[in-house]
Design a protein around this ligand. Sequence first.
Ligand code: URP
Ligand code: ZN
Ligand code: ZN
Length: 455
Amino acid sequence: MNILLKGGTVVSSKSSKKADVLISGEKIIAIGKNLNTDAEVVDVTSKLLFPGFIDAHTHFALEVSDTVTADDFEFGTKSAIAGGTTTIIDFATQNKGENLSCALNNWHVKAFSNSSCDYAFHMAISDWNNDIKNELPAMFEQGVTSFKVYMTYPLMKLCDKEIFDVLTELKKFGGIAGVHCENAGIIDGLVEEKRRLNQLTVSSHPLTRPDYAEAEAVNRLLNIAYAVNTPVIIVHLSTKAALDEVMRARARGQKVYVETCPQYLLLDEEKYSLDFSESSKYVCSPPVRKAIDRKSLWRALKHEEIQTVSTDHCSFTIEQKGAGESDFTKVPNGMPGVETRGFLMYTYGVKKKRISVSQMCAYLSENPAKLYGMYPKKGAIKVGSDADIVIYDPRVKQVIKVENMHSKCDYSPFENVKIDGSIDSVYLRGYKVFDGKNIMNEKIGRYVSRGRFDL
Ligand code: URP
Ligand code: ZN
Ligand code: ZN
């Protein structure tokens, strides 16, 4: 039986227009005014229809800091669906000494038959040598076309020459790197200083990862990309200083894509002054920042200087965070976010008139689909696209409560935050997977083999 979503407002990056949407099987087959068919009619009057959100930055079932993230693919993807995210791109992560095929296979095993939303993988490269270089063609053949490189974290970081080589190789295949930009030397030096002074509470976390450490790494990366003459993505950009570096590089003609996350748009570093049980919830890298940074990021979204808003969902329970009670460097880094991104961007972006509803669609759906080689299968309500649709009811008011969420994490960094709107329902490839409260048709998520970036 076909499904007709009738009377809603269809949002794209260009417009929001009243139109009916007809779904047959897994695809959208017609869009228009007053469509009449013998399909099952779903009345979506007064509701917004977004292309299923894409979260291009999640870490599910990641082994890190002597533990494993609270959300695996089962819980993480349910949490995604309940937040309107129908596709995630997780970071398959190469451990040092491991090859890329092994890392990719590990991630397929974690995700396969456990995922309630569709999923794809970036490959995080932590070890670079000739054998790894020779594996790149196989990655592209298997639909992995974007790669993460870290400029910090002892177990992950590559040096400048290695980054130069990675970018050079990716360029040959039309691939792209997303880079975690923080200056490792500055961070390590400042941490040593804090240790010497025995200042090991969470309040030291932002002080050891200052904005200039991010800006310096962005600047260095962009010079490396300039030398290679290739585009690059800055992931989870958090500061005005770093954004200024991006703008300078663009002014000399470079193609630079920027991702930010709701925590950098909405949370203040004052969180790190709270008691350990609270402050540890916000330990992530880069840390959350100051008002001047948030203002600059919102302005950049308004002017489309940032291309995507993802979450960097990397969840740990309060108990797991407790590992760093007497030493902030031992708090596992990261926070949950995959379930709250759409609500936060609608309420604090669209309703506050910082961005338009079409820009929200661009940042959460259309741009990530294009940037990561999935458009127009994903990221669009168009004839022929997958019927991944979020039906958002802007009239409802609610408050974020972890008890209503689907993640395995036992807190939300946005607990008690007021929200305009709620998700009425979510469709994934034509299947109704969320009714506003419950996940339905669990674990039908499929691997998405991606093409080259095109934004
Ligand atoms: O603190 C964070 N962001 N943890 C996740 C790993 C990363 O750097 O993206
Ligand atoms: Zn990172
Ligand atoms: Zn991350």
